[in-house]
Design a protein around this ligand. Structure first.
Ligand code: COA
Length: 337
């Protein structure tokens, strides 16, 4: 799906939260046969955050959501739509979004979770945009976050070193000018087996066997996912830019999914985006799945990179296999009441 946006809707608040516990590559090398050198060279990751035992996804989402709402100047009670993009909700149901709505006092909000792997945040932002553009909501809260540490096989060095926990949130509002220019979303289900969680769903419900066979942990074909990621980061960005009548040279800030520095560098080279325009924090957080792009957005804002009028390109990709881009003309203070 590719579409040019036709309503002035923008991000008016950003919040992020990462758990306090830092796990370095050296910490991991005590658990498995790996090294700081290997991880840094192949991925650019130096450390990641891991949730405390009593923290579930909604506990990470709540501080991020509160910070985003505060920045937007939107009381929780005014939020009428909450979408949480995650593959590690507190439980299969109720949704993390419904839990969050209750905690925020968003009594009038429709609230649901969305599953699109690491692309979830981009899908959720596009969907929040659509609901506002159609007049079905006025103040949307979109959260991306995951607690992947709970579904990683900590004895599998091929996956465990890549991921971390974290969440970010944005508020979407109507604005007087600028805002989203377009989105491009896609899915190729034939690539599903390249990155999946085999058991715990209706195909292979939890049983003593699924647990013994370690089927409740992430399975990934790293090389195939690498090829897919480098391809779609480029194609999705090119499509959304073309649809919106923009070129790579128009982009001021590029926020790719933070999976691996080699994937980011490869895509940026192919696109022709200079390094100084790219937001990178993978070295501190690893791949936080749906939390990745909003955590990077929060960093970009803290560094003063989200200036009024800046053209910001965001692209995610992940399980599904899925991908999604959004192009936004940043509006620092453009909210219409
Ligand atoms: N530490 C040390 N050695 C490791 C290791 C680790 N954590 N993980 C794998 N290795 C070993 C492998 O066993 C292999 O050894 P062998 O040659 O003796 O068999 C060797 O390193 C090379 O493995 P390979 O899988 O070919 O490495 P790679 O260069 O493809 O890098 C990834 C592996 C996972 C870093 C890379 O494929 C990747 O980044 N893929 C994309 C993953 C991703 O981002 N997924 C999420 C997308 S949303």
């Amino acid at each position: 799906m590719i579409a040019q946006a036709n309503g002035t809707i923008s991000i008016t608040g950003i919040g992020a939260y990462a758990p306090e516990r830092v796990v370095t590559n050296d910490d991991l090398s005590e658990l498995m046969d790996t090294s700081d050198e290997w991880i840094v060279e192949r991925t650019g990751i130096r450390e990641r955050r891991v949730a405390a035992d009593d923290q579930a996804l909604s506990d990470l989402a709540l501080p991020a959501a509160r910070a985003a709402l505060e920045q937007a100047g939107t009381p929780g009670a005014d939020v009428d739509l909450i979408i949480v993009a995650t593959v590690t909700a507190d439980m299969a149901f109720p949704s993390a979004a419904a839990i969050l709505a209750d905690e925020l006092g968003a009594d009038e909000a429709g609230a649901y979770d969305l599953s699109a792997g690491c692309t979830g945040f981009m899908y959720a932002v596009a969907q929040g945009y659509g609901m506002l553009a159609a007049g079905l909501a006025r103040h949307a809260l979109v959260v991306g976050g995951d607690v992947l540490s709970r579904i990683l096989d900590w004895s599998d060095r091929r996956t465990a070193v890549l991921f971390g926990d974290g969440a970010g949130a944005v508020v979407l509002d109507r604005v007087s000018e600028g805002g989203f220019l377009g989105f491009e979303l896609g899915a190729d289900g034939s690539g599903g087996p390249q990155l999946y969680l085999p058991a715990g769903g209706s195909r292979a419900p939890a049983s003593a066997e699924t647990v013994a066979e370690r089927k409740h942990f992430v399975q990934m074909n790293g090389r195939e996912v690498f090829k897919f990621a480098t391809r779609v980061l480029v194609s999705s960005a090119e499509k959304v830019l073309a649809e919106c009548g923009k070129t790579v040279d128009d982009v001021d800030v590029y926020i790719p999914h933070q999976a691996n520095i080699r994937i980011i560098d490869h895509a940026a080279d192919k696109l022709g985006i200079p390094k100084e325009k790219i937001v990178v924090n993978v070295e501190r957080y690893g791949n936080t799945s749906s939390g990745s792009i909003p955590l990077a957005l929060a960093d970009a804002q803290a560094e003063g990179r989200l200036q009024d009028g800046a053209l910001v390109l965001m692209t995610g990709m992940g399980a599904g296999l899925t991908w999604g881009s959004g192009l936004i003309e940043w509006t620092a203070n453009g909210r219409t009441p």
